[in-house]
Design a protein around this ligand. Sequence first.
Ligand code: ADP
Ligand code: MG
Length: 387
Amino acid sequence: SIRSSGLVLPPGSTIGILGGGQLARMTAIAAAQLGYKTHVYCPEPEPSAGHVSTHVTRSAYNSYADLDRFAQKVDVITYEFENIMCEPVEYLSRKVAVFPDPKILKTCQDRVLEKTFVQSCGIPTARFEPVDSLDMLRGAIKKLGYPSILKSNTMGYDGKGQVKIVEGMDLEQAWKTVTQNITSSIKAILEEYIEFESEGSVIVARGLDTNCEQVTYPLVQNKHKNHILRQTIAPSPLPDYIHQEAKEISKKISKSIHLVGILAIELFIVKDKQSGNYRLLVNELAPRPHNSGHWTIEGCATSQFEQLVRCICGLSLGCVDFMKRVPEQEYISQKLQPIIMNNLLGQDVDQWEKQIHNKSSHLHIYAKGDAKEGRKMGHVTILPGSN
Ligand code: ADP
Ligand code: MG
């Protein structure tokens, strides 16, 4: 890496962010609070993050002349989404330090690489088969059975590029749907269908200082509708041993992948019918702030966004305790109400006026133009009442 380990970027330095959506927006707000400038680079004409960042470059991700100018103006670079092309990020990393490292980006944007990496850490995932043709799909179904899930190997998000494979369905059509526009060397992946009890996630942060300090936010429960996150419950109402296991998983993964920055780990929580015991499977990794971590803005002493800024600027990491210093343990034993985060999708954003009058809720609006159906327009975090 270009910046040697332990080097601190002081406030006043400029953080470059690839992508201009709500994650970049909230990162820029956190950066500003610590006295950093931000420079957002994205192709959209009116990026959500543009309203709150010091500079904006509106250009294509593969416009190398603009990338050169961007690199000259920033002191460190991060990105807000993992479906960005790898080549421009690798190009930038030869000029300015990019965190998390582009190698991590490469692993996390390819489902086969990602699951292979997770398993190499000794952590279970759903069983899977790389699939590159209709014939290979038929072979993979023989191994994994029905139902199973066919996903595009790259470029998927919010459930896009996925089809549940059930007996008797038109496989040719499924193959076409999933692999259209996919140019990666392995086109798709077939995964066994997991009958999970719930879904969850943990966010881990790892610093740049010489001893690579690492912290994990509490395990949360995530509720999706149509594959889009609707609600996060923090902490997850699962027993203590599962919270411990999630922490162990986050430690192993962040260390093995040499993380500098923030990484979200999406998990399936499976309940064994006989024993009633829970176990965790890793579903996906996202090397960036995550929607399931928005509650940390009001809910934790240090938000995921401030934590990212601290990590990539070489500062020491912030405390992840719940606000009001309530021990995580008390939350987990369910003596206290959890913190709830609700996404405002599409027209939900029209509720802003009702939400603003609710004393225990904190409203966030992303200032995006069109409230298209399912589009993430904002969120509300509800802190437990003062009981
Ligand atoms: P995306 O990149 O779109 O978020 P995910 O792999 O996280 O892709 O899949 C989206 C959602 O689809 C998951 O949150 C989960 O609800 C469901 N899902 C994905 N994989 C499986 C699986 N193997 N078994 C059962 N459900 C799954
Ligand atoms: Mg996902």
